[in-house]
Write a protein that binds this ligand. Sequence first.
Ligand code: GLV
Ligand code: MN
Ligand code: MN
Length: 408
Amino acid sequence: MSTHADANALLAEIEGIGVDHDRGGYSRPVFSPAELELRRWFESHATARGLNVETDGNGILWAWWDVPDAGDRRGAIVTGSHLDSVPGGGNFDGPLGVASALAAVDVLRDRGIEPVRPLAVAVFPEEEGSRFGIACLGSRLLAGAVDPDRVRALTDESGRSFADAASDAGFDPSIIGADADRLAGIAAFVELHVEQGRGLIDLDQPVALAGAIIAHGRWHVRIEGRGDHAGATRMADRQDPVVVAAETIRSLRVHTLVVDDARGTVGRVKVTPGGTNVIASSVDLWMDVRHHSEEAVRRIVSEVTAGTERAADAEGCVVTVTEQSFSPTVSFDPALRDRMQSVLPHAPVLDTGAGHDAGVLAAVIPTGMLFVRNPTGASHTPAETAGPEDITAGVDALADVLTHLLTR
Ligand code: GLV
Ligand code: MN
Ligand code: MN
């Protein structure tokens, strides 16, 4: 008889952590009390399963199922995901992959599987980039895809630097950066994730394999104007950055709509100082742009930027556009996908518009993904969900793939 807590029960355990009473849903930014509590929750479950937990220099948690004769953790199979969230997000984006990985370990043990190579369950910090702006920050650091000096200097909304926030949370920011040796020991990474669209609803299937991740990037647009009085300042005398911001947002919609299947979003706008009767002195906004073609993403951003600069000139404002991150189109390892497909012959292959640590790691190690149906098709909102039976189907699919990879 099975003795494991299933992934549904594991997810239920963390339902109370990081609840955001103002926004709704969950806010679990990296190094926050909620994210640190989730890390401890993971560590205690991993330890209870006899896994050897370590935290690497980039704050990534690795829970190892070591194999006596497999040498020094070489040729390892890694699974896992992230525990941080967007502001006001759901309980599945990230945690589903972590809970499913722990549950899959139980399934492997129940099946009496004897791995011939080590397995690690990994938890990657700041996947969402919600606090410091760069998505998949932990995996980017690991892969050497971002400069550690730049990361140490990143600041959050309150102006606190990554270095200080990491230190406060008990991490040593002086040792972040590429870890080629660790990567060289990994034979494959498989991330299970809740689907963030409607692909599996339309196909009436519980689980899919990932085909590709579309290219995406983030840009910070800063518009500086001149603060003044809403009643006493004539319209002709204004240098209002909010007017330029409005033009930017409208132009992003217009330029995205004319490119088939492109995605353009402004989901965060900060008006300073932010008073009803105050002409703003500055506006910061962030653009998120995605498409299968990297070139199309860059073209949309350059057209919007040109329009923003024209609007700023007309209004007497100054604009600075800074690229925060750019992720090229990812095609997951075809040989690994073939192996996964041989184990899961009925699983369809879906591309995704969402970014993942697996997408970053795909540039340096063989990587694959599994998606679990999301009955609302919505994500980055409390409406994101997954059904209990589909969650179990996802764990079984992950366990099947791991069984295959760990026993050869
Ligand atoms: C993360 O989920 C992203 O796609 O931005
Ligand atoms: Mn995610
Ligand atoms: Mn996400």
